[in-house]
Ligand binder design. Structure first.
Ligand SMILES: [Zn+2]
Length: 274
């Protein structure tokens, strides 16, 4: 009798959750012992799960560390003790300013440049061979590019918009020339894998849109004047633009849909508060 009662109660609770999903919360029924989450964590997790169906739950370890559980069983650090740079939460801490926002990047403000490597490896592959297996080619008006499947599909959806821009704005053609996608390498001058290693990044217009290390300018005028049309289209596909970074990379667009999602939610909120 008692068991039946418990089962019935559970069934009622589960169906109530299905009818009244708690907005802004990750599916709590699947998350394990995580307790109450801060608002920012809820937004992070909403954006992560919206972008990556591979994530099934958030789990807490006995030491308090939070991990994302992937469908394939992988445990990816979300927030660990000491909050390392590789935690997914750390990689989302700086809020990417979506178009039309072009704030002056203060020193150290490069949202998306801190990358959660365990997360990227679980999604896209741990070595060159694994990453290569997931690559797909996309045709853009300025050339072809090889990116990891999810990024390639997202870019293919906006390719017609880029094509229209290319045809109607000859002045922007030089900015739309494809100068690289997948490339297994370290970041120039640093001992970290580049986003290009995972097939996440595309470089456009390298001749006209430089990288901070080569440009030798602390700030670049293109950070403010670069075509908002191109950035908007790329952001709609889930790509952040390296032109908004303190360590700017004006040719660089990187598939980080969770950062676009968070930026669009929180940046708007900040504006409303002002
Ligand atoms: Zn790049």
């Amino acid at each position: 009798m008692r068991k039946v009662f418990i089962f019935r109660s559970l069934a009622i609770i589960i169906s109530a959750l299905a009818i009244f999903p708690i907005r802004g919360q990750v599916a709590m029924s699947e998350d394990k012992n995580v307790g109450a989450l801060a608002d920012e964590d809820r937004i992070n997790l909403d954006c992560l799960r919206g972008a990556y169906p591979e994530i099934i739950s958030l789990e807490k370890k006995t030491d308090g560390a939070l991990f994302l559980r992937f469908r394939n069983g992988a445990e990816i650090p979300y927030r660990t003790r000491g909050a390392t740079e590789e935690d997914a939460a750390t990689s989302m801490a700086q809020i990417y300013p979506p178009e039309p926002a072009r704030p002056d990047p203060i020193d150290g403000f490069s949202p998306g440049r801190a990358r959660p490597y365990p997360f990227l490896e679980a999604l896209y592959g741990e070595n060159k061979g694994e990453v290569q297996k997931k690559l797909k080619t996309v045709r853009l008006p300025g050339g072809k590019v090889a990116l990891t499947g999810a990024a390639a599909e997202a870019l293919a959806r906006v390719a017609p918009r880029l094509e229209r821009l290319y045809n109607t704005r000859p002045d922007l053609r030089k900015f739309l020339k494809v100068d690289g996608g997948f490339y297994w390498r370290k970041i120039a001058g640093e001992n970290k894998a580049s986003a290009h290693s995972y097939g996440l990044a595309i470089d456009l217009g390298a001749d006209v849109a430089p990288y901070w290390r080569w440009a030798k300018k602390p700030r670049h005028q293109l950070q403010k004047s670069y075509s908002p049309e191109i950035v908007e289209i790329m952001e709609d596909a889930g790509f952040i633009w390296g032109g908004k970074w303190d360590k700017y990379d004006l040719m660089h667009f990187e598939y980080r849909p969770e950062l676009i999602c968070k930026g669009r939610k929180l940046y708007k909120k900040d504006e409303n508060q002002n």
